[in-house]
Design a protein around this ligand. Structure first.
Ligand code: NAD
Ligand code: AHE
Ligand code: ZN
Length: 375
């Protein structure tokens, strides 16, 4: 391709634990099977903060973070057929090539095509499209949406209906889709009892989707008392603050007591390994299934007595909710436009790119569900 390098603003993290800095970056044109996107809006997800903080064992610096974006295709490299200039698109941190062993298995949404280079902060040809005065800057999760222009692999992007506001559907790039998929791809939730640990955007998405598919009881668990009204508004039938239990009572024991033996389904939406254990142990003997969605810090491990599994509980997890982005996100956008899937309700904060660090600060306050950055 003969496209030109674009100069634009991006939020760059120069080192673990450092605040982001707005820099002028050079964004090289898309190579074969790559797409350059003008990013208009991006959410900030806890996983961005997790990598910024240095807790991500895969974290690399300097880097342009961000993986919950929406934008418009500016140009495409040779061989790109899945999207065209002017399309409204959502970058996908879980690619979908439809050709690899994973994609063809019918068993997983994880795609093998670009994951290795993505984890190295590079494009599939092992180089970066971002530079600052000639110094390469790492990509992040194959998306780097904290830049006004980004380049992604063509298997890592999906076009969506132009009727949908990008400032809203950008959130389908991670949180809301993750939660939705974690529930709709888990058979059996209709008519069953559910407990959701952690009432952030992910937990709220699990709650509202469980209600949508017809769970009989949805118990929300959060240490922040302000999350009770959020949980109820999204469809929880009960709210429990584990810090308010009688001294020495474990949350799993309390849940087992009030549910006649435990929950049919539980979800960890905190990333805390002790909570993951509680969520597994709160499952009903013989059939309870616990799904790990939260991302734990480097070095953290989960544990429980194997007897918990021997006696019929299942521990599982999912990335991006098990959703195949290119195939399924257009339908989710239609569901949003049709009023079946909530998005607007999650947006509590807006920031300009120049204030992105304040957006990270917002995220640590208990009142922020999602902050959308206008690029
Ligand atoms: P969030 O911080 O907004 O929500 C977490 C909630 O957990 C908060 O309300 C907090 O008060 C609550 N909490 C903290 N400690 C608790 C405890 N001990 N018991 C009960 N509640 C507790 O985060 P979020 O944006 O909703 O994301 C949740 C997690 O999901 C993060 O770890 C994020 O990295 C992860 N995530 C995973 C995927 C995936 O594909 N698997 C996708 C998106 C996000
Ligand atoms: N890099 C971390 C793990 C981070 C992680 O688990 N990421 C999730 C998405 S979180 C979105 O907010 C994921 O999709 N993982 C699957 C994958 O292929 O990365 C580590 O521990 O190394
Ligand atoms: Zn995320």
């Amino acid at each position: 391709t003969t496209g030109k390098t674009i100069k634009c603003k991006a939020a760059v993290c120069w080192g673990a634990g450092e605040p982001l800095k707005i820099e002028e970056v050079e964004v090289a044109p898309p190579q074969a099977n790559e797409v350059r996107i003008h990013i208009l809006h991006t959410g900030i997800c806890h996983t961005d903060e997790y990598t910024r903080s240095g807790k991500d064992p895969e974290g690399l610096f300097p880097v342009i973070l961000g993986h919950e974006g929406g934008g418009i295709v500016e140009s495409v490299g040779e061989g790109v057929t899945s999207v065209k200039v002017g399309d409204h698109v959502i970058p996908l941190y879980t690619a979908e090539c439809r050709e690899c062993k994973f994609c063809k298995s019918g068993k997983t949404n994880l795609c093998g095509k670009v994951r290795a280079t993505q984890g190295k902060g590079l494009m599939p040809d092992n180089t970066s499209r971002f530079t600052i005065n000639g110094q390469p800057i790492h990509h992040f999760m194959g998306t780097s949406t904290f830049s006004q222009y980004t380049v992604v692999a063509d298997v890592s992007v999906v076009a969506v209906d132009k009727k949908a506001p990008l400032e809203k559907v950008c959130l389908l790039g991670c949180g809301i889709t993750t939660a939705w998929g974690s529930v709709v791809k888990q058979p059996g939730i209709k008519g069953s009892t559910v407990a959701v640990f952690g009432v952030g955007a992910i937990g709220l998405g699990v709650i509202t989707t469980s209600a949508l598919v017809g769970a009989s009881r949805i118990i929300a668990v959060d240490t922040n008392p302000n999350k009770e009204s959020w949980a109820k508004k999204f469809g929880a039938t009960d709210f429990i603050n584990p810090t308010q239990l009688k001294e020495g009572t474990k949350i799993q024991d309390h849940l087992i007591e009030i549910t006649d033996g435990g929950l049919d389904y539980t979800f960890d939406c905190t990333g805390n390994v002790q909570v993951m254990r509680a969520a597994l142990e709160a499952c009903h003997k013989g059939w309870g299934v616990s799904t790990v969605i939260g991302v734990a810090a480097a070095g953290q491990e989960i544990s429980t007595r194997p007897f918990q599994l021997v006696t019929g509980r299942t521990w599982r997890g999912s990335a991006f909710g098990g959703v195949k982005g290119r195939t399924e996100i257009p339908g989710l956008v239609e569901d949003y436009l049709g009023g079946k899937v909530k998005i607007d309700e999650y947006v509590t904060h807006h920031r300009k790119l120049a204030e992105i660090n304040e957006g990270f600060h917002d995220m640590h306050q208990g009142d922020c569900i999602r902050c959308v950055v206008d690029m």
